[in-house]
Design a protein. Structure first.
Ligand SMILES: [Zn+2]
Ligand SMILES: [Zn+2]
Ligand SMILES: [Zn+2]
Ligand SMILES: [Zn+2]
Lengths: 417, 417
């Protein structure tokens, strides 16, 4: 279903602002730059504003790649079994080529994150794997921060109904819109200024963590007693940062996290997830894992365990960590108390870790490092990058220096200093 | 604007049938084949049915490339001037690669053909030229009939309002739907059978013309006195035909024409268009041209002359002919008396010629001919292929044999025998 603009139950002026923020803060789009935007059909009213804002910012060409939830479902309902090992490699290779030639990248999220919840898990995971493999050349340029990119969100109706099942579709969409607009800091008349202030705060957190040069972090809380080594020459990042093409962008709108690359060989102990993970439409709940030498050696879930097991079996790097991120429990998204079923929001509500591919720009002078050098320093590589939440108001985190000294980083889910 | 399905003022069962015809008659889609569908967002209700029908027919993967009229306009309203020499070459190169690997191709037309009518003609033609150049590798595989492909139409509301400006949007859309469904032969319960019968009739016309082996055609009518040489070893085609990948398809739904490749060096005399030409959103009316030695040496139009002049100046082949097609004046589309502003329909209402690229499969054993051999036999090559209408109830056509014998082909716009 696509909605007429006049049926959208929220202030369209806010949607205009969100488009401006996504293009000018999220991408920092440069005059003359090309842009590729992926977008679900349900978000067309937002996409149109993004395209206009991008051209006003001087984009030379904007190419939207529009998906459609019903078309995605039609495949699961009607396609022959062999289809689920296929992906449009030609399209992703072309995107990689465009990034190589300087194009920026925006992803708009808007669909029901649980779209595939009722489909056959085997098909969902095979299709996901085929897609990840085909997308790899393009993803490498994003994960490697070769180009400026961003993800922004539109309050699609099916997503809203998933979050607010007990109210009307219209009311649900209005509530999700309020939440997205607030988290995206559109409340005042100058959202670009609000973002500048927010980015400065995130930067000062990163500066402190980078001065500390912790060798490891130790997490303790209910079900969690976990020591995570940080990669050699790791760098904490958050908010605005500079892509290898020299453009300063905000890869996530909204964002609350500061994050870096853990050592994929040094993770030990038990970790309990504090929120459900919605992965390719499946709900994974109650994740509990035990790490040994960086690798998950035991994993149980109270729901969706099969999907989680398949996920961490994708390749060698999928059972190891590629990201560690800190978010105070009082962050606006956490304070909303909502479960978004979407990583863009849920990861910004909570401290998290990610299975799979690391960000090579989370190293000092990361741009100059080869794949081999990154691996030597502890950087992980994988077809996947999947975040899950381990933060709460009950978690304490210590930083551990090389000499064993411990420094409080978080207490009861908040910054210790 | 995209419409909810429940707002569509026509029988959705017919839309299901049209999807079946497009996939199974239009494409003749083969089990295990990939499919790329280009489609305007306004036709999503049809696209969803096409994707489902394609998967039911055994498609391994369907990749929709969805455009949006408002996004197209946003470029003209907001983009910097340099944008209009750009095109997404990476996307078209990828499509060419997919066709090379065996993918089929469907194009859905649904938008207002006059969408760009109020935009700057220079920008429209520059964007068109950049697009044609970038699309060339993919178009070559379609024009060379390497793969099975088809074009089908959905009654978009803006297109309908363009055709029926004096009635409500809803009534207009209903009228266009009736016209499209009738022309696409969906009236009875077995449209696939109706198409088999129609294809057999077109085949018998082609057989007769191929037996005649005319050296040239002579057209006479108001403003027209025109002799057009046919290419050496030309072959008349129409309706269903076999692509080089061995799949029998109907490249146009609907189709009424039989057509072949003229000799690009032998066209002499004057021709007057009998219908307006809607090209990339511009209306071109009252075309009168004089050919000498295959080339347009004089051209005037009563409207849109600048666009037409730029069009035929695209490259050397753009001022020469690549197609000649015969359609009886009593064809169902002609009988509807409507101007569709869209070549898919308007060319099937009338005899026509096309500037630009020829179809290499309109030669005997065309699949085996090199580009050079095709040129030697008179086949034209160009970045463009633009049809315009020269048929009416007042046109007479003679076939001329090599010995000068004349055989009546059409009289008063109808088949002479
Ligand atoms: Zn993160
Ligand atoms: Zn992450
Ligand atoms: Zn034709
Ligand atoms: Zn044609």
């Amino acid at each position: 279903m696509t909605q007429a603009e006049s049926d959208l139950p929220f202030d369209l002026a806010k949607l205009d602002r969100l488009a401006e923020v996504a293009v000018n803060v999220g991408l920092g789009l440069k005059e003359g730059q090309e842009l590729i935007v992926t977008c679900p059909s349900t978000a067309l009213p937002f996409l149109r504003r993004v395209v206009a804002a991008a051209y006003r910012a001087g984009a030379s060409l904007v190419t939207p790649i529009i998906s459609d939830a019903e078309i995605t479902l039609a495949r699961y309902r009607h396609a022959p079994d062999g289809s689920f090992d296929k992906a449009p490699a030609w399209l992703y290779a072309g995107m990689a080529e465009a990034f190589e030639a300087g194009a920026a990248r925006m992803a708009i999220v808007a669909d029901d994150p649980m779209l595939l919840a009722d489909e056959e898990p085997g098909k969902v995971s095979r299709a996901g794997r085929a897609n990840s493999a085909a997308y790899q050349p393009a993803l490498a340029k994003i994960a490697g921060f070769d180009i400026n990119w961003t993800i922004a969100a539109f309050p699609g109706q099916a997503w809203a109904k998933r979050m607010f099942p007990d109210v009307s579709a219209e009311e649900a969409q209005g509530k999700l819109a309020d939440a997205i607009f607030a988290a995206s800091r559109l409340e005042n008349n100058d959202p670009v200024e609000a973002w500048a202030k927010h980015n400065a705060q995130l930067r000062s957190r990163c500066d402190w963590l980078n001065e500390q040069r912790f060798d490891a972090l130790h997490y303790s809380g209910p079900g969690t007693d976990f020591t995570l080594g940080l990669a050699q020459d790791h760098k904490w990042k958050g908010g605005a940062s500079e892509a290898k093409n020299g453009i300063i962008c905000n890869p996530n709108i909204p964002t609350e996290e500061v994050f870096t690359t853990p050592d994929s060989r040094r993770a030990d102990g038990t970790v309990r997830a504090t929120k459900p993970l919605s992965h390719q439409g499946a709900m994974i709940e109650g994740i509990e894992v035990r790490f040994e030498g960086g690798r998950i050696v035991e994993a149980t879930c109270t729901r969706g365990e099969e999907v989680f097991q398949e996920l961490i079996a994708t390749d060698e790097g999928a059972s190891r960590l590629g990201e560690v991120a800190l978010v105070p429990h009082s962050s606006p998204i956490s304070a909303s108390g909502l479960l978004y079923y979407n990583t863009l929001f849920d990861e910004n509500a909570s401290c998290h870790i990610a299975q799979g591919q690391c960000y090579s720009d989370c190293f000092i002078d990361g741009a100059k490092l080869s794949k081999e050098e990154i691996a030597e320093k502890g950087g992980n590589s994988s077809l996947i990058h999947v975040d899950w939440m381990i933060g709460s108001g009950e978690i304490d985190i210590d930083g551990i220096r090389e000499d064993g000294t411990r420094v409080p980083v978080m207490r009861g889910g908040e910054w210790a200093s």
